[in-house]
Write a protein that binds this ligand. Structure first.
Ligand code: TYD
Length: 213
């Protein structure tokens, strides 16, 4: 497609600072004259907001299989109604979480992929929209969890998954290390334990190549 945009996802455990980095990256790309769409999963469409509530409010506790299918349902709706049209318009789409979250949280940390190949289902929901670049903001699970708990103490909303035990978040972290090994071209590990400005400048360095292309 002639006017194809770019899809870039930001990943990491809860409390890794990826939303801040996504915003700073969007601002920087706009300064370069790019048309940027900031979006997120789950919950970036009206239907997705309902799914997000079902998944994260804590009112319901889905079985792992149901949890997986709801995240995929949110993604399918988001891809078809928001991401594909934006890419066709030549926009830079920055997405807070994408399929790697499903790989890490549902397939790995929940252990759903043991003995079953669920990747075709993830590809089905993506419908051909795979990120060109994914930034994994890496902080140790224990530090990230402390940040989340501090935010919650200050009155921020916590989600059902934030409340999972440290061991769950450690499995998520280990899964992201594996995903980086599996997809070395697409995945970029960013040390997120350093200053915000330094993290941002590392991200910009990686994006220079895509900008030049
Ligand atoms: P959110 O409030 O968006 O937090 P964060 O700032 O951490 O992104 O919560 C989204 C939660 O949903 C987060 O705990 C990760 C989880 N999640 C999955 O388990 N699987 C998925 O496929 C996605 C997209 C998110």
């Amino acid at each position: 497609m002639a006017n194809m945009g770019h899809l870039i996802s930001f990943e990491g455990g809860d409390g890794c600072g990826k939303s801040t980095q996504l915003k700073l990256t969007a601002d920087w790309l706009r300064q370069q004259g790019k048309d940027v769409l900031e979006t997120r999963q789950p919950g970036a469409t009206p239907l997705g907001m309902e799914i997000r509530c079902l998944l994260l409010s804590g009112e319901f506790v889905p079985v792992p299989e149901c949890e997986l299918l709801l995240f995929l349902a949110d993604r399918a709706q988001h891809v078809q109604t928001v991401i594909k049209p934006a890419l066709a318009n030549g926009q830079w789409v920055l997405c807070d979480r994408y399929s790697d979250s499903t790989l890490a949280y549902q397939l790995a940390a929940r252990g759903l992929a043991e003995g079953v190949d669920l990747k075709p289902m993830l590809a089905f929901a993506e419908a051909g929209c795979t990120p060109q670049q994914t930034f994994w903001l890496d902080v140790p699970a224990e530090i990230a969890l402390k940040r989340v708990r501090a935010r919650t103490d200050m009155g921020a909303e916590s989600t059902r998954l934030d409340e999972e035990a440290l061991s769950f978040h450690e499995r998520v972290h280990a899964a992201f290390i594996d995903i980086c090994k599996q997809y070395p071209e697409r995945m970029v590990r960013v040390d997120a334990g350093i200053q915000i400005e330094e993290i941002q400048s590392n991200i910009q360095n990686y994006l220079e190549d895509l900008l030049a292309a």
